[in-house]
Write a protein that binds this ligand. Structure first.
Ligand SMILES: Cc1cc2nc3c(=O)[nH]c(=O)nc-3n(C[C@H](O)[C@H](O)[C@H](O)COP(=O)(O)O)c2cc1C
Ligand code: SF4
Ligand code: SF4
Length: 406
């Protein structure tokens, strides 16, 4: 694979593991061993879990987490993680020693930092936390403004424009050349995303990670009078949702940020995270504008060999498709993404392959009205068919063919 230039660091690949708080009590050695396994499986750098400005109080329990899945026909498409955040984050001293230990792994160390919700409007506290992690020799700082479990009045710091831009400006001014990345919250609309992106780029940010997990509420147990599905709790709350269902957020945020970068003629690191659970999604995100990608839920759902699988896929894809650099892939789809007025529709029609059709009728039982039945046989009414392609998704045996007509 071609080497990847990450903010001046030469990496083996543009793939690594996202910032993740461990879910169990652990020793720091165990945590470092986990990072070692990520690297052995092809992760190109290490990102710490969120490091906070707090100090641990004796007796506070650590890393309790309970998980509930969002399911579709028995398959997990996401999961909510009920984890008391002040138990899961790294307290300051732990975070600093973690960085020092990770330095021994000889890859860039990105420190993910987050300030306790009581103080998060105070830029000075963000500054002093950042200074401490730089003293511990973190190579890059990722400002976590977006942890959905770390909120005040349902708000995360990354929803406050002045605070977000102010923190980036101050960090860039005081931290003498240390690259600064901000990690955005998905809990904002596209108009706000544009404002925030322009703001942080103008403030000199080096990279954006999109996106953190959205805040969600886990589904209740309908066979147990609406109680939580989480085991061993009396109540539950809004928590982060991770997993494959987040992928649309990654597509959306990456695409819009890349458009804005191009309009501003500024090229920054744009790391995609959120829902990546198939290697193909890495290339999709790159074509939509990501320069690098990080895996999170996939590591929990598929194990850390998934990093190796992604690197292999990317390597193979680049060679077979004839791409010599990641730059050649980045943003490729943008020539096809436009405003509504520029979208032209060509004629597309559906037909049925009767050698496969079992007359099950599935394609006649939805919003499509472009069908008729002659005897038992389903026919497509050509006049009415708009070519939307939905029947292709609905047909269980692949008998629906939808194709461009000219
Ligand atoms: C167990 C767990 C812990 C996480 N801890 C952090 C964290 O400390 N800092 C952070 O910025 N993001 C954290 N995240 C969010 C991930 O970095 C990532 O942005 C998010 O999970 C979206 O990707 P996914 O949908 O593939 O899970 C955590 C995610 C998980 C699953
Ligand atoms: S392509 Fe769309 S409109 Fe045409 S038959 Fe299929 S579902 Fe109906
Ligand atoms: S869904 Fe497929 S198999 Fe069933 S009637 Fe329609 S075309 Fe035939």
């Amino acid at each position: 694979m071609p080497p990847y230039n990450f903010l001046g660091f030469k990496l083996k690949s543009p793939i690594w593991v996202a910032s993740q708080c461990p879910m169990n009590p652990h020793t720091q050695e165990q945590h470092v061993e986990l990072f070692r396994n990520y690297l052995k499986n092809g992760a190109a750098l290490v990102k710490t879990q969120m490091i906070s400005n707090l100090r641990h109080r004796n007796g506070t329990p650590r890393n309790r987490a309970r998980v509930t899945f969002f399911e579709n026909e028995g398959k997990p498409i996401g999961f909510c993680n009920l984890a008391p955040i002040y138990e899961s984050m790294a307290y300051l001293d732990e975070g600093l020693t973690l960085i020092q230990k990770l330095k021994a792994l000889k890859v860039p160390v990105v420190a993910n930092i987050a300030v306790h919700h009581r103080y998060f409007r105070d830029t000075h506290i963000w500054m002093s936390l950042a200074e401490r992690v730089v003293e511990a020799e973190a190579d890059v700082i990722e400002v976590n403004l977006s942890c959905p479990n770390l909120k005040a009045n349902m708000q995360v710091p990354g929803q406050d424009y002045g605070l977000t831009v102010g923190i980036v400006k101050e960090l860039k001014r005081k931290l003498n050349g240390i690259p600064i990345i901000v990690k955005f919250t998905p809990d904002m609309n596209l108009a706000r995303l544009e404002k925030f992106t322009r703001g942080v780029i103008n403030a000199g940010v080096d990279g954006i990670t999109v996106v953190n997990s959205p805040a969600a509420i886990a589904p209740p147990d309908i066979y147990n009078r609406g109680k939580p599905k989480f085991l061993g709790v009396n109540k539950y709350t809004y928590t982060a949702v991770h997993g494959p269902i987040n992928i649309y957020l990654a597509y959306r945020f990456v695409t819009r940020i890349y458009q804005i970068m191009r309009e501003m003629k500024k090229e920054i690191e744009l790391t995609a995270t959120g829902g990546i659970n198939r290697p193909e999604q890495i290339v999709e995100l790159m074509m939509l504008g990501a320069s690098s990608v990080e895996l999170s839920s996939a590591i929990l759902l598929q194990g850390y060999q998934f990093i190796r699988k992604c690197n292999r896929f990317l390597d193979d894809f680049m060679t077979k498709q004839g791409y010599k650099s990641y730059r050649a892939v980045r943003g490729l789809s943008h020539r096809y993404i436009a405003d509504w007025e520029q979208v032209k529709f060509k004629k597309v029609k559906a037909r049925i392959d009767y050698s496969k059709c079992t007359d099950c009728g599935a394609c006649t039982r939805s919003l499509c009205l472009a069908w008729k039945k002659v005897g038992n046989k389903v026919l497509v009414d050509e006049e009415k068919c708009s070519g939307c392609g939905f029947c292709k998704l609905v047909c269980p045996v692949g008998a629906r063919i939808v194709e461009e007509v000219d």
